[in-house]
Design a protein around this ligand. Structure first.
Ligand code: SF4
Length: 232
């Protein structure tokens, strides 16, 4: 079989980049990395990437993100414990960055959650803009959806999700940080493509797992065993 020449960290048996198998204080032993390791396949990229951290603001942003990561744990006598849900991390990180106005891009299916999130963020001192995917009220026919492809039925008016306009509205709203909340797959891709402000994700859409797509992976040996097959 031909050698696969692309990175596959998810298949790595060593994870030496995070210093697995080395003693405390020892540097990573990179020769133990597998042949498909990006450090071996694309070594030139690393210098290019590290130079980016010297761009104005990038190094400080990266530093604040790592400080936030650190603050998500506490060291106790019996080991490390996690301590912050993502929404609390969001608040802390936004404060660290000095952000004042946040912008939620949410799905119509998560309008309730968008209200909850607005409450929490406003209580914590932020201005909160928000824009729902159906804004613009454009019918799905505009992007070529056929009658039989409408969720509510062929006769129904159905408004398209409009992630491009969501992004444009977020871009114009003077927000310091955009927060994606439950956008559909593909719509989220378009939102990311058009969003021009710093962007983070609070949740992705998963209609059957309470927006926790990893549930289907965690139960992949039981209820979602079908995923192991070549599904349609
Ligand atoms: S970067 Fe290399 S060593 Fe690290 S997980 Fe990926 S393949 Fe493994």
């Amino acid at each position: 079989m031909a050698e696969k020449h692309y990175p596959r960290c998810a298949r790595c048996p060593t994870r030496v980049c995070e210093n697995r198998g080395a003693g405390p204080g020892e540097p990573p032993s990179l020769e133990k990395a597998p042949a498909f390791c990006p450090m071996k396949l694309m070594p030139d990229v690393y210098g290019e990437a590290m130079a980016e951290y010297d761009s104005p603001g990038v190094k400080e942003f990266a530093r604040l993100a790592s400080v936030q990561e650190f603050q998500c744990y506490e060291r106790l006598p019996d080991g490390l414990r996690t301590r912050l849900p993502r929404v609390e991390e969001l608040i802390q990180f936004a404060r660290k960055c000095g952000y004042k106005r946040l912008g939620i891009a949410h799905c119509g299916g998560l309008a309730y959650e968008a209200g909850l999130l607005s409450d929490v963020l406003e209580k914590n001192g932020f201005e909160v803009a928000s824009v729902m995917c159906k804004t613009g009220a454009v019918p799905k026919e505009r992007i070529g959806i056929r009658a039989e492809e409408k969720i509510a039925g062929p006769e129904a008016w159905e408004t398209m999700c409009n992630p491009i306009v969501q992004a444009m509205i977020i871009n114009r709203s003077g927000v310091d940080l955009a927060i994606m909340l439950g956008l559909c797959i593909g719509h989220d891709t378009l939102f990311i493509k058009y969003c021009q402000v710093p962007l983070t994700v609070l949740a992705v859409k998963d209609r059957v797992t309470g927006h926790n797509p990893l549930v289907a992976l965690y139960t992949g040996e039981t209820y979602y065993r079908r995923l192991r097959n070549n599904i349609d």
